[in-house]
Design a binder for this molecule. Structure first.
Ligand code: APR
Length: 311
């Protein structure tokens, strides 16, 4: 049986690290694509030469030609400009929309059955661009944000309480950005809600750090933005789909009435399996949580409206 095939578009920090994680896990062959000649070829060759040491047989090739991506099961889109210090995600809107539109069109023309995972920021708006450019049903257009946001929250909770990250779960809803909605009552250590383990002040501080997680890394790096945690998060989604694990992961999906929201990509918990987004796990929100969710959704809607006005 042939190995699955994953195309990763964008051979920069996030794309190359994602390609490395996928190929070294052995779950799929990888095609790494970039607009810069030589970049994907060089990184792919380097990764292929690591294979004997790492001990996997998955293949990785680099290319500037979408013909090589034909028949992909999953297409991960990381191409775009990364956020620089002082630059908001929204500043990137028009530029990255053009890039995402063109790469998605080229990729889906040769992989019409693929599942798209969008990573390029501003994430929720880029998911709209990808859905529009691909014409795919909502089950096959996913945005990677919630896994990363909840990973950050988990890391901070585990550090605060001095416990294993493995026993720490976090629940984050909403758009990827300052308005994201961490849900402390569903964030747990070994099943115990953190509301029973930490003061409201400490929880608020960790929630704020989570919402600011991307900017904190950008400020330290001075040039470029986070890529290890984003790549690990994409890999978790890819693995759940290819192995049909049906993991329940927070992803940006086009809501169709769930959480009181229509026709908008917002981060919610979903079941990820061979069919892509197989089910939205809808939960009842408290009044305050629904207000925060609606505020987050409104921020995404505003971005989508700006995008439309830019043509
Ligand atoms: N087609 C293919 N590749 C492109 C195109 C295009 N039209 N335009 C840009 N790229 C490539 C660049 O050449 C570069 O190699 O996308 C890559 C982006 O890599 P980085 O600049 O290293 O950015 P990275 O840190 O990987 O972030 C990529 O993910 O998390 C988000 O906010 C982040 O939107 C950004 C994206």
């Amino acid at each position: 049986m042939a190995r699955s095939k994953v195309t990763v578009i964008g051979a920069g920090n996030v794309g190359a690290t994602t390609a490395q994680r996928i190929v070294e896990s052995g779950v799929a062959d990888v095609v790494l694509v970039d607009i810069v000649e030589g970049l994907p070829q060089g990184k792919a060759l380097d990764l292929a030469e690591a294979a004997p040491v790492v001990g996997h047989d998955a293949r990785i090739v680099g290319t500037n030609d979408y013909a090589d991506t034909a028949g992909s099961d999953i297409v991960v889109v990381t191409s775009g400009l990364a956020r620089q210090p002082g630059m908001s995600r929204d500043d990137l809107l028009a530029k990255n929309a053009g890039i995402v539109r063109s790469v998605v069109r080229a990729a889906v023309a040769v992989s019409p059955g693929a599942i798209l995972i969008i990573v390029t920021n501003p994430l929720d708006a880029m998911c709209h661009v990808a859905m529009d450019a691909s014409g795919f049903p909502r089950e096959r257009v996913l945005g990677m944000a919630g896994v990363l946001d909840s990973a950050r929250f988990r890391a901070f909770i585990a550090e605060e309480l001095g416990v294993s990250v493995s026993d720490t779960h976090a629940f984050v809803l909403g758009g990827h950005g300052d308005t994201m909605v961490p849900l402390p009552r569903y964030s747990t250590v070994a099943g115990i809600p953190i509301t029973e383990l930490m003061s409201p002040e400490r929880i608020a501080a960790l929630c704020a750090r989570t919402a600011n997680g991307g900017a904190e890394v950008v400020a330290l790096l001075k040039s470029g933005s986070a890529f290890y945690a984003p790549a690990a998060s994409v890999f978790e989604m890819v693995e759940s789909i290819l192995l049909d694990r049906k993991r329940v992961l927070p992803c940006a999906v086009a809501l169709a009435g769930e959480f009181g929201t229509h026709d908008l990509f917002v981060g919610v918990p979903v079941v990820l399996g061979a069919g892509g987004m197989e089910r939205v796990m809808e939960i009842a929100l408290t009044g305050d949580e629904q207000v925060a969710f609606d505020r987050s959704a409104a921020a995404v809607r505003e971005l989508v409206a700006t995008l439309a006005s830019l043509g």
